[in-house]
Design a protein around this ligand. Sequence first.
Ligand code: SF4
Length: 512
Amino acid sequence: MTTTHRLCLVLGDQLSLDLASLQGLDAERDCVLLVEVMEEASHVPHHPQKIALVFSAMRHFAQELQQRGIRVHYVALDDPRNTGSVPGELQRWHSQLQPSELHLTECGDWRLEQSLKQCGLAIHWHADSRFLCSRGEFSRWAQGKKQLRMEFFYRDMRRKSGLLLNGDGSPVGGAWNFDADNRKALPKGLRPPAPARFAADAITQEVLALVAKHFPHHYGRLDSFDYPVTRADAQSLWQYFLDWGLAAFGDYQDAMASNEPFVFHARISAALNIGLLDLRQLCSDVEAAYGSGTVALNAAEGFIRQLIGWREYVRGVYWLKMPDYAHGNVFGNSRSLPPFYWSGETRMNCMRQAIGQSLEHAYAHHIQRLMVTGNFALLAGIAPSEICAWYLAIYMDAFDWVELPNTLGMVMHADGGYLGSKPYCASGQYIKRMSDYCTGCAYKVSESTSEDACPFNALYWHFLMRHADLLRGNQRLALIYKNLARMPESRQQALWQRGQHLLATLDAGQPL
Ligand code: SF4
């Protein structure tokens, strides 16, 4: 029997051949361990498509390693010897193989990393080189700052990467950020491309059957799974976006439309987050598309900003501030998440559309998450832990490092403004401007206090009134509070009462 020198554990969101822990493997003496475990699949009720994606991509990755001559030990979920947890499996294989060294790339989840650090085994930890900014580099950048701002971090990442820079180091186009050009609603008659779909091969079909059997109580459809599970298919999805989506992505990245779950979005976030795509490659492809004149600067810059700005920034905040960050609740919210978040059964068309497509595809784009489902949770005072667990469960691309700061910080402002400078609260007018949802809604977006008035309208003012002590001094909300102060007392009272009524309806467990 071959003795094992190095045992490399690769987690389900680390499926990259470029991982530092996989470099220099000796095919004779080293081996890789991949484990499907119940604890990671069910500590929140992950969408069945997300579990299928991770398990199927893991199985394909194991094949890819084996084809390169690397020894792989693979533990399937239904293996009777499976202990059900990552530390449990690492301990079991450590005692079986007796390796000289254990290697692991740092985790994407503080909870899992802690449990591995406490499992009694000496692990050689490797930084996750898939990211542009290491945990240490972010921590040095944040040092001494009372509040962090993504914009300044992003400029540093542009300088570091050299992306979209002129020869003198200034930004191409004369500005760092073209976000103001990225907020158009979808014009009538403009149809986004049909989504690229990927058929399930034999491995994926086996995984789909496994997931259907073991997770029947998790929320979301499994039979609409059409996501890439291999590096080659993920690359095809990316190329499809470059060919058909990127040029219009800039203008319409904030637009929402009924029955258009993806609009012009790339839908690559899940593939990127589990390691099937490479951040630097994506950025250089987008820069090249701009350089060749096939896409405008606001599209290229907007996409690159999401990747090397926001995505890296939230990861930095997560590792800087955990574990305390997860307990942030500056507004003292305690309301339970309404059951319609798990069913989509609500008369609010915007919520029905955003939740419905999330259940069907495990996907909604950033504005649907921030300004529809997230905005409602913020205005309704939902407990941050409950809405965070929902986002983590329901979205295929949601892993703790990216979900928690986005939800707790940006959506819920529960960190008191550490991550973002103001709460992203909005009335129904924003949703009306950016979508066609209101035309198909049982509520009237033009009304605020009547029985069939849009719930977002009164809840928006109720939120601002009930948190005036905390928020009135925020410069970015000054105009809004000025408008509130100018409102007749009777109008303020009517909005408050309508807000109270809506919250009481939620507290009674009834849908809106
Ligand atoms: Fe949403 Fe209000 Fe518009 Fe209905 S009227 S779709 S609840 S914003």
